[in-house]
Design a protein around this ligand. Structure first.
Ligand code: ADP
Ligand code: 5GP
Length: 183
């Protein structure tokens, strides 16, 4: 049985990181890819949330064909290293829309779950609650307006992350349904 590629995408602050952490805790067949980024670590953010690198290190990895996909997002580079998932595990990528569409082009079988906030105001509150500085909050809200139509168009499933545990349950059910269909 070949492994699934599950892409979780959606605007900043919608809850993607929180959701994927829960998914891999709840389902041990899921393997979470750790991205590289040139952005600085946020206060309170886990040290292993990303591999935090310099622009030079990132460029070097691009030159070595070391990324499955990469993009520039609000002034920083983000990329998925070529995945090295253990055999039998399904790969989870938590990435923005440009990367998601690159992955879909390369791997049409990838399952794209696009997550939306209940409202823009709730998204703002989540970004502020997470401690993003005001300028970043505005940039991410603006970016969301551009990303959402594309994300919805390329998604296999669109979910609204209102109640967190309901969203996680729904995603696990969707993933199991896709597995059953592909088995
Ligand atoms: P993203 O990875 O999409 O940028 P995060 O996972 O960092 O978003 O979540 C942003 C903030 O919103 C975090 O403080 C998180 O705890 C909170 N959050 C996530 N999902 C929900 C939800 N359903 N209801 C309320 N707050 C949420
Ligand atoms: P953040 O700075 O909020 O952690 O991430 C900004 C955006 O970059 C989010 O939409 C996040 O999903 C996305 N992102 C994180 N890692 C990657 C990656 O490896 N590739 C791409 N294309 N986007 C990523």
């Amino acid at each position: 049985m070949s492994s699934l590629i599950i892409v979780v995408s959606g605007p900043g602050g919608v809850g993607k990181s929180t959701i994927v952490e829960a998914l891999v805790r709840r389902d041990d067949r899921l393997w979470l890819s750790r991205s590289w980024t040139t952005r600085e670590r946020r206060p309170g953010e886990a040290e292993d949330a990303y591999v935090f690198v310099t622009r030079e290190q990132f460029q070097q990895r691009i030159a070595n064909n070391g990324f499955l996909e990469w993009t520039e997002f609000i002034g920083n580079m983000y990329g998925t290293p070529n995945p090295e998932a253990p055999i039998g595990r399904d790969i989870v990528l938590e990435i923005e829309v440009d990367g998601a569409s690159q992955v879909k082009k390369m791997h049409p079988d990838a399952v794209l779950l696009f997550v939306l906030p209940p409202t823009r105001e709730e998204q703002r509150a989540r970004l502020q609650g997470r401690g993003d500085v005001e300028q970043k909050v505005e940039q991410r809200l603006q970016k969301a307006e551009d990303e959402e139509p594309i994300g919805k168009a390329i998604a296999d499933f669109v979910l609204i992350n209102d109640d967190l545990s309901a969203t996680i349950d729904e995603m696990l059910e969707l993933i199991n349904a896709v597995r059953a269909k592909r088995a």
